[in-house]
Unconditional design. Structure first.
Length: 209
């Protein structure tokens, strides 16, 4: 069964407050999302396997640890997920980046896949899907579906803010996927927005309405 991790680190919580604030402008919002993504990447990579190598310090030979050849992939859900990618790559620059594009069908209100571009060695990589918001869970479930359909075996989902409904939807559809959250909010409102949330993450990242 996948686990749900809520990060209570003071720096993450502090920055998240300004991300939520409606008076935070686009430039600062973008920078804060980037910074929180870096801090979350620090936590999400905690279980990366290590191996020993021999090096020479200025004083002597030494046995030291490096990350074992683990192949990682970062997959933003377009478009808001793009705002979290650079923050993760600061810590794991060798990770490859794929993209998953989804839109909501106006009739069924279900997410429809319109663009998927992934690294060629999908089966060998550990993937982190990123999206600032986990609201109804529809997009997250569809993105995980898209990865699994193409052979992915190891997937984590990372977001800034989640509603309990979204967490439950992902857990039900994909019980093998761990979920990493900076804040678990109260609920969804009638329009599918997270309360208190931060509004529309894509609009706030890119200055659109």
């Amino acid at each position: 069964m996948g686990k749900v991790y809520v990060f209570d680190h003071p720096l993450i919580q502090h920055k998240l407050t300004y991300i939520r604030d409606k008076n935070t402008g686009t430039k600062e919002f973008r920078e804060l999302v980037d910074e929180v993504a870096t801090l979350m990447a620090f936590e999400i990579t905690r279980d990366l396997p290590l191996e020993e190598v021999e090096i020479e310090t200025p004083v002597s030979k030494a046995r030291a640890k490096v990350i074992a050849g683990k192949k990682l992939g970062v997959i933003p859900i377009l478009r808001a997920g793009i705002g979290m990618v650079d923050g993760i790559l600061k810590l794991i620059p060798a990770a490859k980046v794929g993209h998953i594009g989804l839109y909501r069908d106006p009739q069924t209100l279900k997410p429809v896949e319109y663009y998927v571009k992934l690294p060629s060695d999908v089966e060998e990589r550990d993937f982190i899907i990123v999206d600032p918001m986990l609201a109804t869970g529809g997009s997250a479930v569809a993105a995980i579906d898209a990865l699994k359909k193409r052979g992915a075996k190891s997937i984590k989902f990372m977001c800034l803010i989640a509603a309990p409904e979204g967490v439950e939807a992902v857990e039900t559809a994909h019980p093998d996927v761990d979920i990493y959250i900076a804040a678990l909010d109260e609920r969804l409102n009638d329009h599918g927005y997270i309360v208190p949330g931060l509004g529309d993450a894509g609009d706030r990242l890119f200055g659109t309405k």
